[in-house]
Design a binder for this molecule. Structure first.
Ligand SMILES: [Zn+2]
Length: 82
């Protein structure tokens, strides 16, 4: 198998591929040694995760990230001295 570049990784349990460690950690739910398992695709979509153009799971879309950073900037501005 070709090595995955950067932070990209593939889950050995469900074979889904992830764009970074963050969405990978997100899809592992339950408690270690108790009911640890992978989320299903439906659960991942429900959690706000999505697939990027290369079909790697991401924790949020570019649009969501952009909107979040805009909200952050707005929050910064509102707390600053006016
Ligand atoms: Zn998995």
């Amino acid at each position: 198998m070709k090595p995955l570049r950067g932070n990209r990784n593939q889950c050995t349990a469900c074979n889904e591929r992830f764009n970074s460690n963050y969405p990978f950690e997100m899809h592992r739910i339950g408690q270690h040694g108790v009911d640890r398992r992978c989320m299903t695709k439906e659960e991942m979509f429900a959690a706000g995760m999505s697939l990027n153009a290369d079909e790697f799971w991401i924790s949020e879309t570019k649009e969501q990230r952009k909107r979040r950073s805009r909200e952050y900037i707005n929050a910064e501005e509102s707390t600053g001295t006016v």
